[in-house]
Design a protein around this ligand. Structure first.
Ligand code: ZN
Length: 199
Protein backbone atom coordinates (compact mmCIF):
# COMPACT_ATOMS: atom_id res chain seq x y z
CA UNK A 1 0.00 0.00 0.00
CA UNK A 2 1.29 3.48 -0.76
CA UNK A 3 0.77 6.76 1.03
CA UNK A 4 1.85 8.90 -1.88
CA UNK A 5 0.15 9.48 -5.18
CA UNK A 6 1.89 9.36 -8.55
CA UNK A 7 5.64 9.82 -8.99
CA UNK A 8 6.24 6.07 -8.83
CA UNK A 9 9.52 5.37 -10.54
CA UNK A 10 10.27 2.12 -12.33
CA UNK A 11 11.77 -0.61 -10.16
CA UNK A 12 12.71 -3.93 -11.61
CA UNK A 13 11.47 -6.00 -8.67
CA UNK A 14 8.08 -4.38 -8.34
CA UNK A 15 5.29 -6.11 -10.21
CA UNK A 16 2.43 -4.05 -11.61
CA UNK A 17 -1.22 -4.87 -12.20
CA UNK A 18 -2.41 -6.74 -14.37
CA UNK A 19 0.50 -9.19 -13.96
CA UNK A 20 -1.13 -12.62 -13.27
CA UNK A 21 0.76 -13.18 -9.98
CA UNK A 22 -1.24 -10.26 -8.53
CA UNK A 23 -4.51 -11.90 -9.47
CA UNK A 24 -4.21 -15.31 -7.85
CA UNK A 25 -4.34 -16.63 -4.28
CA UNK A 26 -0.79 -17.00 -2.94
CA UNK A 27 0.27 -20.33 -1.45
CA UNK A 28 0.93 -20.78 2.28
CA UNK A 29 4.44 -19.74 3.31
CA UNK A 30 7.00 -21.40 5.57
CA UNK A 31 9.92 -19.80 7.43
CA UNK A 32 12.22 -21.56 4.94
CA UNK A 33 10.57 -19.62 2.10
CA UNK A 34 11.87 -16.39 3.62
CA UNK A 35 15.49 -17.44 3.15
CA UNK A 36 14.99 -18.05 -0.55
CA UNK A 37 16.35 -15.13 -2.57
CA UNK A 38 16.37 -12.84 0.50
CA UNK A 39 12.61 -12.46 0.18
CA UNK A 40 12.11 -10.21 3.23
CA UNK A 41 15.12 -8.03 2.39
CA UNK A 42 13.83 -7.52 -1.15
CA UNK A 43 10.33 -6.72 0.07
CA UNK A 44 11.68 -4.09 2.49
CA UNK A 45 13.86 -2.63 -0.26
CA UNK A 46 10.98 -2.23 -2.72
CA UNK A 47 8.64 -0.89 -0.02
CA UNK A 48 11.25 1.64 1.11
CA UNK A 49 12.29 2.63 -2.42
CA UNK A 50 8.65 3.49 -3.19
CA UNK A 51 7.77 5.07 0.15
CA UNK A 52 5.25 2.30 0.75
CA UNK A 53 3.57 1.54 4.05
CA UNK A 54 3.11 -2.15 3.32
CA UNK A 55 3.93 -4.77 0.72
CA UNK A 56 2.96 -8.34 -0.14
CA UNK A 57 5.23 -10.99 -1.69
CA UNK A 58 3.17 -11.23 -4.93
CA UNK A 59 4.12 -7.58 -5.54
CA UNK A 60 7.68 -8.72 -6.16
CA UNK A 61 6.47 -11.71 -8.17
CA UNK A 62 6.52 -14.32 -5.39
CA UNK A 63 3.19 -16.10 -4.89
CA UNK A 64 3.62 -16.79 -1.16
CA UNK A 65 1.49 -15.60 1.77
CA UNK A 66 4.03 -13.16 3.16
CA UNK A 67 3.45 -9.46 3.79
CA UNK A 68 4.98 -6.56 5.66
CA UNK A 69 2.96 -4.02 7.63
CA UNK A 70 4.83 -0.78 8.28
CA UNK A 71 4.59 0.63 11.81
CA UNK A 72 4.14 4.35 11.28
CA UNK A 73 4.78 5.45 14.86
CA UNK A 74 8.50 5.11 15.75
CA UNK A 75 8.96 2.30 18.25
CA UNK A 76 5.38 1.03 17.84
CA UNK A 77 5.20 -2.76 18.38
CA UNK A 78 8.99 -2.66 18.32
CA UNK A 79 9.34 -6.22 19.64
CA UNK A 80 7.48 -7.54 16.57
CA UNK A 81 9.30 -5.43 13.97
CA UNK A 82 12.02 -6.73 11.67
CA UNK A 83 14.67 -4.41 13.13
CA UNK A 84 15.46 -1.24 15.07
CA UNK A 85 16.49 0.75 12.01
CA UNK A 86 13.55 2.99 10.98
CA UNK A 87 13.61 1.46 7.50
CA UNK A 88 12.89 -1.98 9.02
CA UNK A 89 10.06 -0.87 11.31
CA UNK A 90 7.58 -3.25 9.80
CA UNK A 91 6.05 -6.52 10.95
CA UNK A 92 6.70 -9.49 8.67
CA UNK A 93 3.64 -11.74 8.60
CA UNK A 94 3.39 -15.25 7.22
CA UNK A 95 -0.08 -16.63 6.44
CA UNK A 96 -1.98 -13.74 8.08
CA UNK A 97 -5.65 -14.35 8.92
CA UNK A 98 -7.98 -11.50 9.77
CA UNK A 99 -10.75 -12.31 12.24
CA UNK A 100 -12.35 -9.87 14.78
CA UNK A 101 -13.53 -6.73 13.06
CA UNK A 102 -14.79 -3.23 13.74
CA UNK A 103 -17.14 -1.00 11.76
CA UNK A 104 -16.54 -0.14 8.12
CA UNK A 105 -14.68 3.09 7.38
CA UNK A 106 -13.90 4.62 4.00
CA UNK A 107 -10.49 6.11 3.11
CA UNK A 108 -8.59 6.77 -0.09
CA UNK A 109 -5.89 4.20 -0.82
CA UNK A 110 -3.09 3.90 -3.33
CA UNK A 111 -1.09 0.81 -4.22
CA UNK A 112 2.53 0.38 -5.31
CA UNK A 113 1.36 -2.09 -7.97
CA UNK A 114 -1.37 0.19 -9.35
CA UNK A 115 0.35 3.55 -9.91
CA UNK A 116 -1.99 6.35 -10.87
CA UNK A 117 -5.01 4.72 -9.22
CA UNK A 118 -6.64 6.01 -6.05
CA UNK A 119 -9.64 4.22 -4.61
CA UNK A 120 -12.16 4.90 -1.87
CA UNK A 121 -11.99 1.58 -0.04
CA UNK A 122 -14.19 0.48 2.86
CA UNK A 123 -12.21 -1.35 5.53
CA UNK A 124 -12.93 -2.51 9.05
CA UNK A 125 -11.75 0.06 11.61
CA UNK A 126 -10.00 -2.62 13.67
CA UNK A 127 -9.06 -6.23 13.08
CA UNK A 128 -7.55 -9.13 14.99
CA UNK A 129 -4.81 -10.76 12.98
CA UNK A 130 -3.28 -14.19 13.49
CA UNK A 131 -0.01 -14.83 11.71
CA UNK A 132 3.27 -16.71 11.96
CA UNK A 133 6.31 -14.52 12.57
CA UNK A 134 9.70 -14.69 10.86
CA UNK A 135 11.03 -17.41 13.16
CA UNK A 136 7.88 -19.53 13.11
CA UNK A 137 6.15 -18.29 16.29
CA UNK A 138 2.34 -17.96 16.06
CA UNK A 139 1.19 -14.42 16.88
CA UNK A 140 -2.16 -12.77 17.45
CA UNK A 141 -2.70 -9.04 17.78
CA UNK A 142 -5.39 -6.41 17.44
CA UNK A 143 -4.66 -3.63 14.95
CA UNK A 144 -6.57 -0.37 14.73
CA UNK A 145 -6.59 2.82 12.69
CA UNK A 146 -4.20 3.01 9.76
CA UNK A 147 -2.36 -0.22 10.66
CA UNK A 148 -5.70 -2.10 10.40
CA UNK A 149 -6.18 -0.64 6.92
CA UNK A 150 -2.66 -1.61 5.84
CA UNK A 151 -3.10 -5.22 7.06
CA UNK A 152 -6.40 -5.57 5.19
CA UNK A 153 -4.88 -4.10 2.01
CA UNK A 154 -1.92 -6.53 2.13
CA UNK A 155 -4.09 -9.56 2.98
CA UNK A 156 -6.18 -8.66 -0.10
CA UNK A 157 -3.00 -8.96 -2.21
CA UNK A 158 -2.42 -12.47 -0.80
CA UNK A 159 -5.95 -13.33 -1.95
CA UNK A 160 -5.27 -12.01 -5.47
CA UNK A 161 -7.06 -8.69 -5.02
CA UNK A 162 -5.80 -5.16 -5.72
CA UNK A 163 -7.54 -1.82 -5.12
CA UNK A 164 -8.26 -1.79 -8.84
CA UNK A 165 -10.71 -4.65 -8.12
CA UNK A 166 -12.48 -2.50 -5.51
CA UNK A 167 -13.23 0.69 -7.43
CA UNK A 168 -16.64 2.22 -6.85
CA UNK A 169 -18.61 3.54 -9.87
CA UNK A 170 -17.41 7.06 -8.95
CA UNK A 171 -13.80 5.85 -8.62
CA UNK A 172 -14.08 4.32 -12.10
CA UNK A 173 -14.96 7.75 -13.46
CA UNK A 174 -12.26 9.68 -11.58
CA UNK A 175 -9.64 7.05 -12.51
CA UNK A 176 -10.87 6.67 -16.10
CA UNK A 177 -7.66 7.92 -17.71
CA UNK A 178 -5.40 5.56 -15.75
CA UNK A 179 -7.84 2.66 -16.21
CA UNK A 180 -7.57 3.07 -20.00
CA UNK A 181 -3.81 2.50 -19.69
CA UNK A 182 -4.38 -0.64 -17.57
CA UNK A 183 -6.97 -1.95 -20.06
CA UNK A 184 -4.48 -1.42 -22.90
CA UNK A 185 -1.80 -3.30 -20.93
CA UNK A 186 -4.21 -6.17 -20.25
CA UNK A 187 -5.15 -6.35 -23.93
CA UNK A 188 -1.48 -6.34 -24.95
CA UNK A 189 -0.63 -9.19 -22.56
CA UNK A 190 -3.68 -11.20 -23.74
CA UNK A 191 -2.58 -10.65 -27.34
CA UNK A 192 1.00 -11.70 -26.51
CA UNK A 193 -0.27 -14.87 -24.79
CA UNK A 194 -2.37 -15.76 -27.84
CA UNK A 195 0.65 -15.16 -30.11
CA UNK A 196 2.78 -17.47 -27.95
CA UNK A 197 0.12 -20.15 -28.31
CA UNK A 198 0.25 -19.71 -32.10
CA UNK A 199 -3.32 -18.45 -32.30
ZN1 ZN B 1 -1.14 -2.73 -2.75
Amino acid sequence: MSNTEGAVRPEQLLVYYPTPVLQKVATLATVEDLAKDDLVEKMFKVMNDHSGVGIAAPQIGVSKQVCIVRMLVPGEMKELCHGDDPKYQGIVMLNPEVSGRGDLEEEVEGCLSCPGISAHVHRKSWVVVKWTDEVGIPREMRFGNYAARIVQHEVDHLQGLCIINKLSPVDKITNAKALKVYDAMANRSRHAARSRQGR
